[in-house]
Design a binder for this molecule. Sequence first.
Ligand code: SF4
Length: 347
Amino acid sequence: MTKQRKAVALISGGLDSLLAARVMQEQGIHVEGINFFTGFCVEGHTHAIRKKDRTKPKRNNALWVAEQLGIKLHIVDIVEEYKDVVFNPKHGYGANLNPCLDCKIFMVKKAQQWIEENGFDFIITGEVVGQRPMSQRKDTMPVVARDSGANDLLLRPLCAKNLPETKPEREGWVDPDGLYGFNGRSRKPQMALAKAFGFEDYAQPAGGCCFLTDAQYSVKLADLWQAQGHKAYEMDDIMLLKVGRHLRPRPNFKIIISREEGEGNFLQGYRKQFVSLKTTSHAGPLALIDGEASDDDLELAARIVARYSQGKNCDQVELELTDLEGNSRPLTVAPLGSHEIPEGWHI
Ligand code: SF4
């Protein structure tokens, strides 16, 4: 009896990785999944917080995919190591602050270490030639295999027919006839294959899996780096960039203003780390002050926050200012007029 080969599949939670793993299962390969947690995942954060997104599924898509496939999923926290990828991508950024090519190389390299440590034979990904402008081009796909160190142990079952032969094919671990030759941006072949496998519900890839591909998010991250004077972030920073309206009226501080109840509740959790403002005379948002703010800055912040409260057309709005020790004091301000909030303050 031939030895059953074992592959680890990079599972993002999207359709492609689901299919790639399924294609391998069809061939009798033992598949386990690996999902890398960078902190920039879209799902399950804003969707979980904001009321307007309540209809969206709050599942962890990678876990859901693993459950659909009946495979074990290894979720690996790479938050710290990943920072270097975000700060110094050798191959640069994509349209936004997404370092996709370096990210792919990094993840495949981690997977390569993982298979060595766990006695697996090869790695599979759901990549498709020509699907993404940066990491999934015909000329960059070999770069991922080479620079990650995985070389010919990296098999892409959905487009293997368009790529050089890998060891699993050469050695007969997999049947080349059961591999595919998808290419280009059209997702129709994947959808047809999903249908053939009986998958009807899967995560829609639109918008990507990662906040770094989001233009607005990238602007906020770049602003954070500029304000700090260097590239750095903590988990709390990247979480907070996902929530609320961000305004920087002066270089030394910014205000994060909740846009709705769910966000207000979420920001409450940060009241020990940030000076906060809350309207008391009228219904209004909770706001956090990020940076070193003078009394004059705080007054300006309060006038901005008042602008976003139910009292925006009143002469005066009362607020409560709470410092880092939890001491509160009242503030009464005139809300700024909408024309007094320049577009440039919005990050
Ligand atoms: S979209 Fe994000 S997670 Fe995906 S390859 Fe690009 S940087 Fe990495």
